[in-house]
Design a protein around this ligand. Structure first.
Ligand code: H53
Length: 835
């Protein structure tokens, strides 16, 4: 990489007020400047989007100043760097978040106002980068925020998908997908680093030969070479100078390509090859918790991992370090198995490209990587058909065979030749077709393995990774997930934020445990009222949005029962809807029934190929159509499916929730993070003992949590004994009626076929024990409704939920990763001599 010499000293560039000043005047000047020089407009003809871009560039200049300072300081000091490898980052809009972290929200609000524009209009212009599916991608985004807030040197590596998660529309009650062309109006937050690019080989075959020194060598002759170009997004920490890099790779055709084909006159082939290369980073696979086994997905994973490792090695060597010391410079975290191919790629780079001996290469590799497991669901544990794998990564297949051979040699002694154990530990699965087990590759090549909630880690150790735990107990630890209070409280709920800060100051934003001090006001009637007033305001705001998006009018005085997350059978949105139907039937039976009015709010995307999940969406909308329009109901119940659940919509929904619905089958949800965000915003959870719910209940106190359902142990036992859902159907009248209605077409204009698969699945299989937990759920919901009637005690519960959420800040999670896994320290960054 060349560096152009400049006669100007950096400080001359940095001091320029209009570029980097934080005063209202400087910001105004910057916005107008950008309007003219970047957008080519003047105020009279500028659109809202022009102003959005001008403001975004003004903010970016301020980020860049801190970013350059951070990079300089990291490199000069030779500090240890965290490298987070993740196929997904579900960032959400940048602008408002950057204003908060830079501490200039108020100033920009005033600057825009003085220019005669409304900041909210501009914030609404941003198209959010939806480069993730759900929890896993959003976790990566929260962790990037916390790494910067804690002043930890870090790089996030991933893929710059041209199309992110699809946009969801609801037509006739069904989910319809539309492409997410998030880059259509440009992206002011990224900087294309054209000069930072790497070649990545794909396909082909491997030649073996002996070199002049008698050393065996391998030469991978690829079928295709693609180029990865770096696109950097600065991630600034909350009220610190630290600005880290999110480096996403875009795939392109290498230049040499056009030449070859051009020379041979095969223009069509050249164009086709270009398309094949560009396809690799084209689109995010829309599956959450299900593997797809598709060639393109493997290519994506390998593509971004290879670019990232080449980049890290470059950074390491440019500091004058030896390749053998790579693991001193970098701690590399694998976010699930999606980047696990990094283990084999690291071996290839070290052995084939940097000439290390196998044992030395393996030592460096196994001291560099750590692996986070995010799921116990067997259908989500990634495997690759061995033949397919070999067709994409022939050299890696050889390397994995060798890794496995040496590994099994070592293990066989330890397990006294127990074949079942050897099979379970092997990286290669046997069967009609052989396959590669990515979780086993990740475990073998990592020095640390963690789950994402206490229960999940325990279940990992006792089930899915049992044999690994028996051999390497010291590698295992738990790192309960967390979420960033900057986006999920300060940004989404500014009114609650100022109420809290008015009582206990602002330091809780960086030290969330300090929310504890709110407990002192939990019984204070005035504070309770102010608290519930904020909740009411947020419910009105959401009610407006609901009317606008769905045409459904909801009552902000009703209990907002909020179930928002990806649609999946294990998350049991159908258990929720069965409860809705039960309440509806109680009203039908006794029209003068006095019940707590409720608004059921659902939101979430279904993977486009997941039939049952799409059917559940249709069922929710069908039930809604009947319930919402039945005059007998008299507005006591409303069912809303809020379309296109994404980060922006979540920011409006969480603050308005009274009840947080977290009802997955115990043992299935690894952690959950929406549960944390809702509780932080003062919603009370109705939930099973699953994932992080267990720890949330411990933190907020059992009297502030509505518990129901079978435990993970009871679920396992019931399944072992032979679970019979049909008996639950026969025994529970309300359940039977609800299911019979669905089956008979009561909610579907008498169409009795549409929900048949769903009904049959529940009655004869019910893999997620919906029917077994139904009675207990309904009973628990009755308690919740009863509690909601007592406004004072509800307010107290709500305050205590927020007050006791300190543990669930992603700052706490990241601190644990730093201290216990990565062994990295924070590096405060100074700007012009100031911290
Ligand atoms: O990861 C979240 C967890 C959540 C879990 C989720 C997840 C994905 O979103 C995708 C794949 C996967 O294996 C796991 O379902 O429970 O909170 C972050 O850890």
């Amino acid at each position: 990489n060349e560096h152009a010499a400049s006669s100007q000293r950096p400080s001359e560039v940095l001091d320029e007020d209009a570029r980097t000043g934080l005063s209202v005047e400087a910001l105004k000047k910057a916005i107008l400047n950008n309007l003219f020089y970047v957008q080519g407009k003047y105020p009279e003809i500028a659109t809202r989007n022009d102003y959005y871009m001008s403001l975004a560039y003004a903010v970016r200049d301020r980020l860049l100043q801190r970013w350059v300072a951070s990079v300089k300081q990291y490199l000069e000091g030779r500090h240890r760097i965290v490298s987070y490898l993740s196929a997904e980052y579900l960032l959400g809009p940048h602008l408002a978040n950057n204003l908060i972290n830079l501490g200039i929200f108020k100033e920009v609000e005033q600057a825009t106002q003085e220019l005669g524009i409304n900041l909210q209009w501009l914030l609404d212009k941003e198209v959010e980068p939806g480069l993730g599916n759900g929890g896993l991608g959003r976790l990566a985004a929260c962790y990037m925020d916390s790494l910067a807030a804690l002043e930890v040197p870090a790089i996030g590596y991933g893929i710059r998908y041209q199309f992110g998660i699809f946009e969801q529309e609801i037509r006739d009650g069904w989910q319809v997908e539309d492409t997410d062309n998030w880059l259509r109006r440009g992206n002011p937050w990224e900087i294309a680093r054209r000069e930072l690019n790497y070649e990545v080989k794909l396909g082909g075959y491997v030649q073996h030969y002996m070199d002049r020194d008698g050393k065996f060598r391998s030469n991978w002759i690829p079928e295709l070479t693609v180029k990865g170009v770096a696109y950097d997004t600065p991630i600034v920490g909350y009220k610190v100078n630290t600005t880290n890099t999110l480096r996403l790779w875009k795939s392109e055709a290498p230049k040499s390509f056009d030449f070859q084909s051009f020379n041979s006159g095969d223009y069509n082939n050249a164009v086709n090859q270009k398309i094949i290369c560009e396809n690799i980073s084209k689109v995010l696979y829309p599956n959450d918790e299900t593997l797809s086994g598709k060639i393109l997905r493997l290519q994506q994973q390998y593509f971004f991992v290879s670019c990232s490792l080449q980049d890290m090695i470059g950074i390491h060597l440019r500091q004058g370090e030896k390749i053998e010391d790579f693991n001193v410079t970098f701690a590399v975290q694998l976010n699930d198995t999606h980047p696990a191919i990094a283990i084999a790629e690291m071996m290839r780079l070290l052995v084939d490209e940097y000439d290390l001996e196998w044992v030395d290469a393996w030592r460096v590799t196994t001291r560099s990587f750590a692996y986070t497991n995010h799921t116990l669901l067997p259908e989500a544990l990634e495997t690759w058909d061995l033949e397919l794998f070999g067709s994409v990564l022939p050299r890696h297949l050889e390397l994995i065979y060798e890794i496995n051979r040496r590994f099994l040699d070592e293990v066989t002694i330890k397990v006294y030749g127990n074949h079942n154990k050897i099979n379970s530990l092997s990286i290669i699965g046997e069967g009609p077709r052989k396959y590669i087990k990515m979780a086993n590759l990740a475990c073998a090549g990592s020095f640390a393995i963690n789950g994402v909630a206490a229960l999940h880690t325990e279940l990992l150790k006792s089930t899915v990774l049992k044999d690994w735990y028996a051999l390497y107990p010291e590698k295992f630890s738990n790192k309960t997930n967390g979420v960033t209070p900057r986006r999920w409280l300060v940004l989404s709920n500014p009114k609650l934020t100022s109420l809290i800060s008015g009582k206990i100051g602002e330091s809780w934003i960086k030290h969330l445990e300090e929310l504890k001090r709110l407990e002192a006001f939990a019984d204070d009637p005035e504070f309770q009222k102010a608290w519930m007033d904020v909740k009411y305001e947020m419910k009105k705001t959401l009610a407006k949005k609901i009317l606008n998006r769905t045409g459904i009018k909801v009552n902000p005085d009703s209990l907002f029962d909020v179930h928002v997350k990806r649609i999946h059978e294990y998350k049991r949105q159908h258990l929720n809807i069965l409860h809705v139907i039960a309440l509806y039937n109680r009203i039908k039976k006794n029209p003068s029934l006095e019940i707590v009015p409720r608004t059921f709010i659902f939101a979430g995307k279904a993977a486009p190929g997941y039939r049952m999940a799409k059917l559940i969406i249709k069922l929710i909308n069908s039930v809604g159509e009947i319930v919402n329009n039945d005059p007998d109901v008299m507005d006591r119940l409303k069912v809303v499916f809020f379309p296109n659940y994404n980060v922006s919509n979540a920011q409006v929904i969480y603050p308005a929730a009274d009840l947080s619905v977290q009802i997955s089958t115990a043992g299935k949800e690894a952690s959950g993070t929406g549960n944390m965000k809702l509780s932080m915003n003062g919603a009370i959870t109705i939930g099973t003992l699953d994932g992080a719910n267990v720890e949330i209940r411990e933190a907020v106190g059992e009297e502030n949590f509505f518990l129901f359902g079978l435990t993970a142990e009871e679920v396992a036992k019931k399944k072992n004994e032979g679970y019979n859902p049909y008996s639950y159907y026969l025994e529970n009248e309300e359940l039977k009626l609800a299911i019979d209605q669905i089956a008979s077409g009561y909610f579907s204009h008498l169409d009795d076929k549409i929900f048949k698969d769903l009904v049959d699945n529940l009655l004869y299989h019910d893999p997620f024990l919906v029917l077994a937990d139904f009675a207990s759920y309904v009973a628990s919901q009755e308690q919740a409704a009863e509690a909601f009637k007592d406004k004072k005690s509800w307010a107290k519960m709500s305050i205590l939920n927020t007050a006791r959420m300190g543990k669930f800040s992603s700052d706490r999670s990241i601190r644990e990763y730093c201290d216990e896994i990565w062994k990295v320290k924070s590096v405060p960054v100074h700007l012009n001599g100031k911290y």
